[in-house]
Design a binder for this molecule. Structure first.
Ligand code: FAD
Length: 513
């Protein structure tokens, strides 16, 4: 009897402890109820990593990190959250190349998507090459895969994705919830315009396949939808024939108007033939951004510096022409014809021949982004107001304030016709609009000064009535989000209510939480 009483007491003590553990220990909270518990990790190192991103300025600690070994586990996790009276939030984390905590989940669960690599058994990227028409080829890609792996797999079949960003080490899912813009956007649209189909786990935990024809509300919602409606586990990415080489050019302008006119002319030539460049980008050269000069021959640096000193700001037009079997002479002629009539400063034309994959990789980290806190602002600017940005932002704010940091300022246009307005991403309502990105690596001491400068830029745009849209948007109040999405807001909200009614997903974007 005594031992029976002891045993009962022990069970009571164990149960009490179990309840305490269940209440206070996030990993234990799921032990009894689901199979996913084994892959929930709560050690300090993992939690610290999940509360850090490329930006190094925001740190939101989750309760736990799911290191999934299957897609079903992610679905189950979302279902567990849905079943609770107070659901926990869940953030997919691709490569955490966000700079503003977008892939974090304070007191929620972060899903470390890279762990799906094990589940794929080396089949994260599967290529389908259409021999009859290479332009119909595609890649089925895990949402956690990085673009450089998609490139490598496609190249083995003589194929390539069509649209790129400047960073090949972001995940496919992570860019598709934004847009994915770069030098090819003018021609093929952003990366989201080059997707045929998606597998998505919705905010209710349902795994759905969607495309323009099937579950189209989900498909269009997810593309550019800032992770609000579902977690992408597979994307079918458009491929086309690959090239082996690239003629890469940089032309220097001292006059912004000539620079932007030439850019707009070049993006109006967007055929898939010798009559157009394959990539058009551009950046500013201001004294405080020295890293970007590595492209230029050392012996020319003094005269470039003297041109810069004379004009304060130089605008660097970046162009690329892909080629394959063409002889060197032929490609030189094609390029010469394409640049004829452009109004760059005479003799300030530089070119290199590089391998196709090296070209795509070399545009990554163009400013060399060393590790450190990042102060970033990306905006889409209507083409009709880009000269106001030059005067009001480049000259009157950035040049005048003369803050010193590593980084880069990008300014290049794209064609709205290459975007699909059904997709969630917010863009200006003009046929041509620019990406203007002010991307700087700073120190913790100077971070506030640089962020203040970004806010001044936003204020200038607001006061001047320039209808910009933020890309990779950040720090918005609810009202500002409504304004950001404009006519798309109602549909955005309806899509959220339909696919993530408990507002579980991607809390780091700060839209519904
Ligand atoms: P994360 O930072 O991990 O996540 C970003 C958001 O996506 C989060 O809300 C997250 O929850 C969500 N998410 C992640 N995976 C999934 C998924 N599978 N399904 C659904 N939601 C998901 N962008 C451009 O467009 N063009 C550029 O040229 C460019 N250059 C860059 C250069 C550098 C050096 C860096 C750091 C970033 C650059 N970016 C550029 C921005 C980058 O594309 C985005 O920050 C992108 O979100 C990063 O992908 P990620 O895998 O790191 O996403």
């Amino acid at each position: 009897n005594v031992s029976l009483i002891l045993l009962i007491n022990l069970v009571i003590i164990m149960l009490t402890n179990a309840i305490i553990i269940t209440t206070h220990h996030p990993c234990s909270a799921f032990h009894a109820s689901t199979e996913i518990s084994n892959n929930l990790v709560c050690d300090n190192f993992t939690l610290t990593l999940a509360s850090t991103d490329f930006g190094l300025t925001i740190h939101e600690k989750p309760l736990a990190v799911l290191e999934p070994t299957s897609i079903t586990e992610i679905s189950e996790l979302i279902k567990v959250s849905n079943s609770l009276s107070t659901p926990f939030t869940i953030a997919a984390r691709g490569q955490a190349h966000s700079v503003h905590g977008q892939a974090m989940a304070r007191e929620g669960i972060v899903v470390n998507m890279t762990h799906l690599n094990g589940y794929r058994h080396g089949k994260g990227v599967v290529i389908f090459r259409d021999e009859k028409d290479l332009w119909n080829s595609y890649a089925d890609v895990g949402g956690e895969q990085v673009w450089s792996d998609v490139l490598n797999a496609a190249l083995e079949y003589g194929l390539t994705p069509l649209s790129w960003t400047d960073n090949l080490f972001t995940s496919v899912g992570g860019t598709l919830v934004n847009a994915g813009v770069g030098g090819q956007t003018f021609k093929f649209g952003p990366q989201i315009a080059n997707v045929y189909e998606l597998d998505v786990i919705t905010g209710k935990g349902d795994l759905k396949t969607c495309s323009a024809e099937k579950n189209s509300k989900l498909f269009y919602g997810v593309l550019g939808g800032l992770g609000q409606f579902g977690i992408i586990t597979r994307a079918r990415i458009a491929l086309g024939p690959a090239y082996t080489k690239v003629k890469s050019l940089r032309l220097l302008y001292s006059d912004f108007s000539a620079y932007s006119k030439d850019q707009e002319y070049l993006i109006s030539l967007n055929g898939r033939n010798d009559n157009a460049f394959d990539a058009v980008e551009g950046f500013l050269m201001i004294n405080q951004w020295p890293n970007i000069i590595s492209f230029f021959p050392t012996q020319d640096l003094p005269r470039i510096n003297s041109l810069l000193a004379q004009h304060n700001i130089l605008y660097v037009l970046e162009l690329a022409k892909y080629y394959d079997n063409t002889t060197q002479d032929q490609i030189d002629q094609v390029v010469e014809r394409l640049v004829t009539g452009l109004k760059y400063v005479p003799t300030f034309k530089y070119e290199k021949d590089v391998l196709y994959q090296n070209f795509l990789h070399s545009s990554e980290n163009p400013g060399g982004f060393p590790e450190g806190p990042q102060s970033w602002l990306d905006i889409f600017v209507p083409g009709s107001r880009i000269s106001d940005i030059n005067e009001g932002v480049f000259k009157n704010i950035i040049f005048k304030q003369n803050l010193t940091a590593n980084g880069i300022i990008l300014a290049f246009p794209m064609n709205r016709t290459k975007w699909n307005d059904k997709m969630s991403v917010a863009i200006p309502d003009e046929q041509v609009f620019y990406l203007v990105s002010v991307l700087q690596t700073v120190t913790y001491d100077t971070l506030k000064t640089f962020d203040d400068q970004k806010n001044q830029i936003l204020e200038f745009c607001k006061d001047s009535g320039i209808g910009i849209k933020q890309y990779l948007p950040r720090n918005k109040t609810h009202e500002e989000w409504i304004q950001h999405f404009g006519p798309k807001w109602q549909n955005f909200k309806d899509t959220k209510n339909k696919f993530d009614p408990k507002r579980i997903l991607a809390p780091g974007q700060g839209i519904f939480n």
